[in-house]
Design a binder for this molecule. Structure first.
Ligand SMILES: [Zn+2]
Ligand SMILES: [Zn+2]
Length: 173
């Protein structure tokens, strides 16, 4: 499988590196890094001061060169009635997106002795692996440790691992 990462807006080298690393660690895939893209016109919702996640997925799908494509952006995303999303993908689609905007916030858990920077890197990898999992047909998993567990807060992201549980892994390999 070939996954193309599409940076949208001002994405740091660190984030690009973590995204590729996460994907390569968990999936049997090649990862390419697309040329940085401007934020899609029409994605901004002035009432909410947020961006529509769907527009980023459409962009990744349209211009990505992979079988699976993931937009990565620092912009704050939302989807339908949800206040925000860390990422979004359509089940078995070719496009997906993650936002690093809310991954920078500190966890209220305090159960880890890792540095804030390491925790941020972990979150980026987990979110990318999670969204690509959806594009491979995986739905949310009940296993607390599985990367496919639904995690609407950073604390829940921090609790889960970067990898697929045995049951999810057998579905994609
Ligand atoms: Zn999900
Ligand atoms: Zn699982």
């Amino acid at each position: 499988m070939h996954v193309d990462v599409v940076p949208v807006g001002d994405v740091s080298a660190r984030v690009k590196r973590e995204a590729s690393k996460g994907l390569r660690t968990v999936y049997d895939c090649e990862v390419s890094m697309h040329e940085p893209q401007p934020i899609p016109t029409g994605a901004y919702d002035a009432d909410r001061d947020q961006y529509r996640a769907e527009e980023f997925i459409d962009l990744a799908q349209r211009i990505g060169s992979g079988e699976k494509n993931i937009a990565v952006t620092p912009q704050d995303l939302y989807y339908r009635r949800r206040n925000y999303v860390f990422g979004l993908a359509y089940l078995s689609g070719s496009g997906s997106v993650i936002s690093t905007h809310r991954l920078q916030t500190s966890s209220d858990g305090g159960f880890s002795n890792r540095s804030a920077s390491d925790i941020f890197g972990d979150r980026v990898r987990k979110e990318v692996v999670h969204e690509i999992g959806h594009t491979l047909g995986l739905e949310h998993c009940d296993n607390e440790r599985c990367v496919m567990k639904f995690s609407p807060t950073v604390r829940e992201v921090d609790v889960k691992e970067q990898s697929l549980c045995g049951s999810c892994a057998t579905q994609v390999t």
